[in-house]
Ligand binder design. Structure first.
Ligand code: HEM
Length: 143
């Protein structure tokens, strides 16, 4: 699977908006995920206090390199090992998707148009697929 030119374009259009609001988006995202999906809370039990900044950085880096995935491979390795260390599983991905996309809508308002929203759902699904595949490899290796 790869992302269409239109999808990449729509994601890139949102980069300045995300960069301005990244911390608000991730803070809102955690509010939503912990209240709506409390089963995710224990995964973050040992989360460092700069987790918000890391996630904000990952979102911005992802958006900036969405058409240049090799530039993301170091970040993918770091994310996958953090996820395996905290036992993140495939069923958690739709929960984060829901929380993230809802948070973006709440924080960005009308500028997060339906077209941009669709693009982000597609982009998130793409990155989630890359991460889940790598994480399953690591889980299998760790036996
Ligand atoms: C495409 C989706 C996702 C992205 C972009 C993402 C991004 C990240 C990043 C950048 C880190 C920090 C890695 C580091 O330490 O350098 C991280 C850690 C983590 N993520 Fe994700 N993540 C995603 C999906 C998920 C899901 C589905 C869950 C489960 C609810 C999750 C839970 C965690 C946890 C528990 C940590 C470790 C927190 C800590 O120890 O600070 N993530 N993620």
């Amino acid at each position: 699977m790869s992302l269409s030119h239109e999808t990449i374009q729509s994601i890139k259009e949102t980069i300045p908006l995300i960069n301005q609001e990244a911390e608000n988006v991730t803070t809102r995202m955690y509010d939503i995920i912990f209240s709506k999906y409390p089963e995710t809370k224990p995964l973050f039990a040992d989360a460092t206090s700069d987790q918000h900044k890391k996630l904000a950085g990952a979102i911005a880096a992802f958006a900036g390199n969405v058409d240049n995935l090799p530039a993301l491979s170091n970040a993918v390795e770091k994310m996958a090992s953090a996820h395996v260390a905290t036992n993140v599983q495939p069923q958690h991905y739709p929960m984060v998707a829901d929380a993230l996309i809802t948070a973006m809508g709440d924080v960005l308002g009308d500028t997060f148009t339906q077209e941009r929203k669709n693009a982000w759902v597609e982009g998130y699904t793409f990155l989630a697929g890359v991460l889940m595949q790598r994480e399953q490899q690591l889980y299998a290796q760790n036996g």
